[in-house]
Design a protein around this ligand. Structure first.
Ligand SMILES: *Cc1c(COP(=O)(O)O)cnc(C)c1O
Length: 357
């Protein structure tokens, strides 16, 4: 088979999504399946929907278009603030978008008006991670202005933590989100339909059993469904598959070589310091995959194999004993960063194993 490739097992993705949908469902939380890491690949999006995900979210309108063209039947949410240059596409293809800038929402409003439709808006609130979000003290004022815009429906509010600074969703910041919901509802005499409490990093908070879920009724899950891990500490989630998506690459060289380079050394291509501990001769193996295709720091190698480094096109491994035959394949679990890069590389084929039924 072609290598490098990502082997994508839809049965395992289904299982992971179903488990999370069920566990969160008991708490009154529904799941948005986040499709950006797989570029909106329709088979994966459909698998998530079959497992009970109620809506699909993506940060890129291009991926949402891909799914709509493939006839994916789901409401679509753009989970990154729309670009002003793309408001018409956003209004056309997405039912809802996440927003933080009034200027953008005004543009969405006029586009929706011109097209005789409505567009849903979720306002993102900054709760400390310092990526996107309206500062809490400015939320009420923004809500007041958004409510006056024609053809815009304020669907709810949301927050995103654990991304830029790894701020942990906890009882304090999550209670703040619920408090803001209550305050907006009483000030404006309205109900906020969606309270989007965060990404996979919020699972521990939600499923830990000791926290008040408050008003949160949606989580947006990508990594946990695809890789079976929670992103804050990258620990496997109980009962989920961590190998639903694996990377396979092919051996193109394998020789017994010294571990120390020889000759004068200067800078290497990617600025890594030259190796300076001598471990004698070991088996050095090269796979035909590199930084252009994967984040080598995000690969989990088979037992007994050590990843030494990578150049643009070579992944360099070290092991004891026998060399590996050229043409043989090696399989790796991937983390989110390696997955993103591999999904985006045109050199990595994506091989989808369909579900049985
Ligand atoms: C990517 C993204 C998510 C999904 O995050 P995971 O950690 O993959 O679950 C959720 N919300 C927003 C705003 C995102 O950009």
């Amino acid at each position: 088979m072609m290598a490098p490739r990502l082997d994508i097992d839809l049965e395992k993705i289904y299982f992971n999504a179903y488990a999370l949908v069920t566990r969160l469902g008991r708490l009154g939380i529904s799941v948005m399946g986040v499709s950006k890491a797989f570029l909106g690949e329709p088979n994966i999006a459909n698998t998530m929907l079959q497992a009970g995900v109620v809506t699909i979210g993506d940060s890129r309108i291009e991926n949402i278009q891909t799914m709509i063209k493939a006839d994916i039947k789901s409401p679509m949410t753009l989970i990154r603030s729309p670009r002003v240059s793309q408001v018409d596409r956003v209004v056309h293809y997405a039912d809802i978008s996440f927003n933080t800038e009034l200027e953008v929402i005004k543009k969405l409003s006029s586009s929706a008006k011109n097209n005789n439709c409505t567009h849903g808006v979720i306002l993102m609130v900054e709760l400390g991670d310092l990526r996107e979000g309206i500062m809490p003290e400015n939320l009420e004022d923004t809500v007041r202005k958004v409510r006056q815009l024609p053809n815009i429906v304020l669907k709810g509010i949301g927050t995103n933590l654990g991304c830029r600074n790894g701020v942990i969703p906890d009882s304090t910041n999550m209670a703040e989100l619920s408090r803001l919901v209550g305050s907006i509802e009483s000030t404006f005499g309205m109900t906020l339909e969606i309270v989007s409490g965060g990404n996979s990093g919020s699972l521990e908070w939600a499923l830990g059993g000791s926290n008040d879920i408050g008003r949160v009724n949606q989580l947006r899950l990508g990594e946990s469904i695809l890789l079976g891990v929670e992103p804050l500490n990258r620990t496997p989630i109980e009962g989920l598959y961590t190998d639903a998506i694996t990377l396979v690459a092919e051996v193109i060289e394998s020789k017994s070589k010294p571990t120390l380079p020889w000759g004068e050394t200067a800078q290497s291509t990617f600025g890594d310091a030259p190796v300076n501990n001598d471990r004698g001769n070991r088996t050095q193996t090269i796979l035909a995959v590199g930084r252009q295709d994967i984040d080598h720091n995000g690969l989990l190698p088979p037992k007994e194999i050590e990843i030494l480094g990578a150049s643009s096109d070579h992944l360099i491994l070290s092991s004891e004993g026998e060399t590996h035959r050229v043409g043989t394949e090696m399989r790796f679990d991937v983390n989110y960063s390696a997955l993103l890069r591999a999904m985006t590389s045109p050199f990595v084929s994506k091989v989808i194993k369909k579900r049985k039924s």
